[in-house]
Design a protein around this ligand. Structure first.
Ligand code: FES
Ligand code: FE2
Length: 360
């Protein structure tokens, strides 16, 4: 009997990755509490009187009110419904009408961090504190007048976050999807980091030149790309942010950001125009992936060929964030690299279509 390929996809477990997740730009947070529907639950985020960002569980365990409807007092948050007040450590520190605060009155405080002009929250189902070496690294560019500020776009995606992560090793999609043929391609896995180093052709982002990118995931959800390209014959250095936060197992908020190194000699208007067009071009490239995520099937058993990137290895690396810390396999303690040769470059979609047309 002839056998045909059968796609397998297991039921996705309701567990969210351990690690730092970016919640947007620092200026999006102030003393007005904000509700954040993430990790299959609700959180509340606000700045206390000392200006630090505080993130707590989003529903009051007294009778369930939405804490983002409450108001900030000092560094505490007072619930709007019966006025219980929750401290930055999550402990109830005042009930105006009670003689005694119930010892159980304590909600989860979520570790928060402001770095690189961005706000992060740390998620760990085991509630352990974050490890120092897994913090998002400081980017000197964010503190430099030689660089533009982040321009960040929020996109809601209706699929599981593994589709986004697959991109890191999916060498073969760059030609057909992004019209950007990969000339060299390497993945390096080391502890909580995964790096994709690539050189390729990209008329959109590098003109006639070679586009060089180094994209690094720091943990499961925060990626920074260092990119060298070209626009209108001028060399352009940029940094891309690709970060996501799951809302459910079948959806996530994606934040795609771009910052560009300012070009000396260009006046302010010309610089702004350059930054804006480069942002638009990079976002355009990214949205080409989004199109596929919304229509493709989940495949746990992909049939891969020798020219594909190390997708299976990448998925195992990603799995480490979905198990308890004690169960993370020791293989990730040692750096491992995989290069995929480009003897047969993968043509851009247009070249494929031209060829098909000429064969008619
Ligand atoms: S529901 Fe928050 S104080 Fe009662
Ligand atoms: Fe892509």
């Amino acid at each position: 009997m002839k056998q045909y390929a059968k796609i397998e996809a297991r039921q996705i477990e309701e567990r969210y990755a351990r690690g730092w997740h970016c919640l947007g730009k620092v200026e999006e947070f102030n003393q007005q509490p904000r509700r954040l529907n993430y990790f299959g639950t609700s959180l509340v985020a606000y700045r206390g009187e000392d200006n630090q960002i505080i993130i707590l569980d989003g529903f009051c365990p007294h009778m369930g009110a939405d804490l983002s409807e409450g108001y900030v007092e000092g560094n505490s948050l007072r619930c709007a419904m019966h006025a219980w007040r929750w401290g930055e450590d999550g402990v109830c520190d005042d009930i105006p009408y009670a003689k005694k605060i119930p010892p159980k009155a304590c909600i989860k405080p979520w570790p928060a961090l402001e770095r690189n002009g961005l706000v992060f929250v740390y998620h760990d189902p085991e509630n352990n504190p974050p490890l120092e070496h897994e913090m998002p690294p400081v980017m000197a560019e964010c503190d430099s007048s030689e660089w533009s500020a982040w321009q960040v776009k929020l996109i809601q995606i209706e699929t599981n976050s593994r589709e986004l992560i697959d991109n890191m090793s999916d060498k073969a999609h760059f030609g057909p999807v992004h019209s950007s043929e990969a000339l060299s391609f390497k993945n390096t896995f080391d502890k909580h980091t995964c790096v994709q180093t690539m050189q390729g052709k990209s008329p959109r982002l590098a003109g006639e030149n070679v586009l060089t990118t180094t994209a690094t995931y720091y943990g499961p959800a925060y990626m920074i790309t260092e990119m060298s390209g070209e626009m209108n014959g001028i060399a352009v250095e940029s940094r891309l942010l690709v970060s996501h936060v799951p809302t459910s197992t079948e959806s996530f908020d994606l934040r795609f950001g771009v910052m560009v190194k300012l070009i000396p000699g260009l006046d302010e208007t010309a610089t702004q125009e350059m930054v804006d067009s480069y942002v638009v071009l990079s976002q355009e490239a990214f949205l080409e992936d989004v199109h596929f995520w919304h229509s493709k099937a989940r495949v746990d058993n992909p049939i891969l060929c020798d020219g594909d990137g190390p997708i299976t290895r990448l998925r195992r690396w990603y799995d480490q964030f979905f198990v308890n810390r004690a169960d993370v396999p020791g293989i990730w303690d040692e750096e491992k690299s995989y290069s995929v040769d480009s003897i047969n470059p993968i043509p851009a979609q247009k070249a494929l279509l031209d060829e098909a047309a000429s064969n008619k």
